[in-house]
Design a protein around this ligand. Structure first.
Ligand SMILES: NC(=O)c1ccc[n+]([C@@H]2O[C@H](COP(=O)([O-])OP(=O)(O)OC[C@H]3O[C@@H](n4cnc5c(N)ncnc54)[C@H](OP(=O)(O)O)[C@@H]3O)[C@@H](O)[C@H]2O)c1
Length: 221
């Protein structure tokens, strides 16, 4: 698949390297051409560098690997090129939790529905929320099985073909896609991320709070 990546930071590298290794064609576009050049040199596998517009035009799927604060500006430039394309939103609108105890690292959300805002800002793009729950280092790692189960990637989107594409891209990274409903549910994924990251940063095991499916009593009363 042709994948455009906008941004050349940690998420661009983690996901881009995996997709390039899996045989996908990549164009990485960043505001700094030097940063894009450096990242494609790291990734290899024929990945090419360009502008943000180049990445938007190239990708059948386009990953927005940007801080939330950059989205308005970048989408203002490229949104016309995203019509009909799958746009993967991995962003998290984290900001420091000022109510956290002194010395503790904790976050809250600066806004609560980023994926829906992207969809409103880029009409015609098929926005899919994915890859926002775990750290870039997790996506970059070879570790995929934990306690005998493959790591899952919750995925929310409205366009079935776009969701299928992102599920396939998760599988290409040897991850387990978890279809999690329409884009209106992406806000819950965003909240899940800030909540679980908060637990992890405070030294608690977020995984421990969930029973397995067969013990979850997920039945209607
Ligand atoms: N890192 C993680 O563990 C992780 C995990 C899950 C989700 N996320 C989310 O993924 C997104 C990307 O995170 P990241 O860790 O890859 O960030 P990062 O390493 O800081 O990289 C951000 C990229 O965005 C570019 N950028 C920043 N401001 C910009 C602007 N105004 N216009 C154009 N480009 C701009 C940066 O370019 P410059 O180098 O020129 O500044 C850089 O290429 C964020 O929304 C983050 O919340 C991150």
């Amino acid at each position: 698949m042709r994948i455009g990546i906008i941004g050349a930071g940690q998420m661009a590298q983690a996901l881009g390297r995996g997709w390039a290794s899996a045989g996908h064609d990549l164009v990485i576009g960043a505001r700094s051409r030097a940063a894009a050049d450096q990242l494609v040199a790291t990734i290899g596998h024929g990945a090419r560098a360009g502008s943000m517009m180049d990445a938007a035009e190239f990708g059948a799927a386009v990953l927005l690997a940007l801080p939330v604060s950059a989205l308005d500006t970048v989408l203002g430039e490229v949104s016309a090129k995203l019509v009909g394309r799958t746009v993967i939103d991995c962003t998290n609108a984290f900001m420091p939790d000022v109510a956290a105890p002194a010395g503790a690292t904790a976050f809250v959300l600066s806004e609560d529905a980023v994926a829906e805002r992207i969809a409103a800002t880029a009409p015609g793009a098929h926005v899919v929320k994915a890859f926002n729950v775990c750290a870039a280092e997790v996506w970059a790692s070879d570790a995929r099985e934990f306690e005998g189960r493959r790591l899952g990637v919750p995925i929310c989107g409205d366009d079935p073909a776009a969701v299928r594409q992102v599920c396939a891209l998760a599988e290409d990274l040897k991850l387990q896609p978890v279809s999690s409903g329409g884009l209106h549910r992406a806000k819950y994924l965003e909240a899940t991320s800030v909540f679980t990251v908060g637990l992890w940063f405070s030294g608690q095991d977020a995984r421990a709070i969930f029973p397995p499916l067969d013990a979850a009593f997920a039945v209607e009363d």
